[in-house]
Write a protein that binds this ligand. Structure first.
Ligand SMILES: Nc1ncnc2c1ncn2[C@@H]1O[C@H](COP(=O)(O)OP(=O)(O)OP(=O)(O)O)[C@@H](O)[C@H]1O
Ligand SMILES: [Mg+2]
Length: 287
């Protein structure tokens, strides 16, 4: 029988802000990631353009986006400090994935500005943005089940210049299981291995900004911990900036530097993860 997420005993139901807020299966690992390991570079924030800070790696202003007649993003404002981990949170359907897809160039906003490293990215398509240093790990992983692990990783390199289309050894160093399984088909990997593959694929182009959409969704606790550690290492050792959507409150508190809560296509509250108090959680996140 092929290995599947189910056969490996992955939890069927996620705990986190959708359920009891305090419950989390890998809580014991949190101590390792106390604030001493985290960047002290400010927070992702919801501020007006006049207050834009030059130290912010990305500044989004007035972002508007609609699916046909239905407007999803409503003049969204957002700032992301360099070399830190910002966690976007919010209830289902508020527009988190749509926001990320607008940042990576898979959707085109009707208005607004996306400044990254001082450059306006709005007119660039997704492959141009990838070449300029944006890596994307989509919600649900979206690996190619019939391609091998190696081929899946190579897909991430398609936007790279021809002389840079080798899979970097650092990807296999980061995820040794991908090297061991490089000839296996992506669809034969467990859910946790597929998530590693999706992150590995985004890292092949050595991004400066890594955007991840719910990287812990449907993943076992030990792999969640590993992903959290890798994210912190990418910031500390590679100087990467990380923007992720996350529903697990404990993951945000363990591995995030700052948070921003979205409601109906706008950010309504933001700050340091230390300041993510139960009032905010109950008002904007609890079901
Ligand atoms: N391709 C699409 N066409 C039309 N409407 C869409 C499309 N994708 C998303 N939507 C709608 O846009 C809204 C925002 O969706 P989005 O996927 O961005 O939410 P989300 O916050 O990521 O939700 P979740 O927590 O469930 O992942 C929802 O009402 C959704 O139904
Ligand atoms: Mg989503």
């Amino acid at each position: 029988m092929r290995k599947t997420e189910k056969s490996k005993g992955a939890p069927k139901k996620r705990l986190g802000i959708r359920g009891k807020v305090s419950a989390h299966p890998y809580k014991s690992d949190r101590k390792k990631f106390s604030s001493g390991r985290k960047a002290k570079l400010g927070t992702c924030s919801v501020v007006s353009s006049e207050r834009m800070n030059r130290n912010h790696y990305m500044s989004v202003t007035g972002l508007e986006f609609s699916y046909g007649e239905v407007q999803v993003l409503h003049g969204l404002e957002f700032e992301l400090p360099a070399q830190s981990v910002c966690c976007v949170m919010g209830r289902n359907g508020v527009g988190k994935t749509t926001f990320l897809r607008n940042i990576v160039g898979l959707e085109k906003p009707s208005a607004g500005s996306v400044l990254i490293g001082g450059t306006e990215f709005l007119g660039l398509d997704a492959s141009d943005r990838a070449v300029r240093g944006i890596g994307y790990v989509p919600q649900g992983r979206q690996i190619f089940p019939l391609l091998t692990v190696e081929e899946n990783l190579s897909v991430g390199l398609e936007a790279a210049p021809p002389d840079q289309r080798q899979i970097p050894t650092a990807v296999y160093d980061t995820f040794p299981v991908l090297y061991d399984m490089r000839k296996r088909r992506g669809g034969d990997l467990s859910g946790g291995q597929q998530q590693q593959l999706a992150i590995g694929r985004a890292l092949t182009t050595r991004p400066k900004l890594l955007v991840l959409d719910e990287p812990t969704e449907g993943i076992q606790p030990n792999v969640i911990t590993m992903i959290g550690e890798i994210i912190r290492n990418l910031v500390a050792q590679e100087g990467m900036t990380i923007l992720l959507v996350e529903q697990y409150l404990d993951f945000v508190r363990s591995y995030g530097d700052s948070f921003a809560v979205m409601s109906r296509g706008q950010f309504v509250v933001s700050g340091r993860v230390e300041d993510l108090d139960s009032n905010t959680v109950h008002k904007h996140l609890s079901v």
